[in-house]
Every structure is written in structure tokens, then in C-alpha cells.
Ligand binder design. Structure first.
Ligand SMILES: NC(=O)c1ccc[n+]([C@@H]2O[C@H](COP(=O)([O-])OP(=O)(O)OC[C@H]3O[C@@H](n4cnc5c(N)ncnc54)[C@H](OP(=O)(O)O)[C@@H]3O)[C@@H](O)[C@H]2O)c1
Length: 117
């Protein structure tokens, strides 16, 4: 697999799945000074309260997962394990080699993401 460099000084971090885990990571990233909230984005699936939670500390919430992928360099899949496959397939056309994919879903390995993209 060919690897493209991620710009460490300007990369943007996106979350697919605006749940509790994503919020915890995003808050940690901001509080530790790794990234400002302006460089973090997500999309709320069906629950506006999740959008509110992210917007409350400055994270941009887009209408669609596709918008998150298009505007992110590093993409963390933070949906439930049984949703990962469908989410990856939905986004597959946008997942170029320039995007670094990460999964925090229990039991989903990097290999699983690679074979689906
Ligand atoms: N919580 C933890 O302590 C923990 C620890 C380690 C690993 N993890 C892993 O982290 C992942 C997320 O866990 P969580 O506790 O954060 O769960 P969660 O709070 O239920 O978050 C999952 C989010 O994904 C959204 N979602 C569902 N289908 C989607 C889709 N097709 N596209 C985009 N978003 C979608 C859900 O939105 P709706 O509710 O609106 O459907 C929900 O906001 C899991 O795979 C879990 O194994 C969690």
C-alpha cells in the first residue's frame, strides 16, 4: 500500500460517528493542545444533541459523512463495530491514499479497513 505524507502542521482530523468516544478523543486532542477545534470535524448521524456536544467546544459539524472525509486528512471511524463496514463502503469513493484511516471500533483492525477500501 502506498503511503502519502500527512502535513503535521496543518492536518485536519475527522470523526465518522459523533458519539461518546469521538467526543472524548476530540476533547482530549483540544485540551492537550494537539489541535485546535477548528481543525476537527464530524457529522451527526440522527441526533442533534450529538452535534450540539461537538459544537459546544468549537468543532465543526457537517451535514454528511462525505463532507467530513473530503475536509479531513486523518479520519477516525468511531461508529459501533457493526456499522463500520457500511460506513466504509459508503465513503469508499472518497478514501484516497492521501487519507489516514484509524478505527477505534472494538474488534475492527486496520487490516479490515484496508481490505474494504
Ligand atoms: N465508549 C468507550 O469507552 C469506547 C472505548 C473503546 C472503544 N470504543 C469504540 O468506539 C466506537 C464508538 O463507541 P461510542 O461509545 O462512542 O458509541 P456511540 O456513543 O453510540 O457513538 C456512535 C455514534 O455513531 C453514530 N452513527 C451511527 N451510524 C452512523 C453512520 N452510518 N454514520 C455516521 N455516524 C453514525 C451514532 O449516531 P446515532 O446515535 O444518531 O445513530 C452515534 O452518535 C465503538 O465501535 C466502540 O467499540 C468505545
Amino acid at each position: 500500500m502506498e503511503i502519502a505524507p500527512i502535513p503535521t502542521d496543518a492536518y485536519k482530523l475527522g470523526f465518522i460517528g459523533a458519539g461518546k468516544m469521538a467526543e472524548s478523543i476530540a476533547r482530549g486532542v483540544v485540551l492537550s493542545g494537539v489541535l485546535p477545534p477548528s481543525r476537527i470535524r464530524t457529522a451527526a448521524h440522527s441526533n442533534q444533541l450529538r452535534a450540539n456536544a461537538f459544537e459546544s467546544f468549537g468543532v465543526q459539524v457537517f451535514p454528511r459523512n462525505e463532507d467530513v472525509v473530503e475536509d479531513s486528512d486523518v479520519i477516525i471511524f468511531s461508529v459501533k463495530p457493526q456499522v463500520v463496514k457500511d460506513a466504509v463502503l459508503q465513503l469508499k469513493p472518497l478514501l484516497s491514499k492521501k487519507k489516514l484511516l484509524v478505527s477505534v471500533a472494538a474488534g475492527v483492525k486496520l487490516k479490515d479497513l484496508q481490505t474494504r477500501t
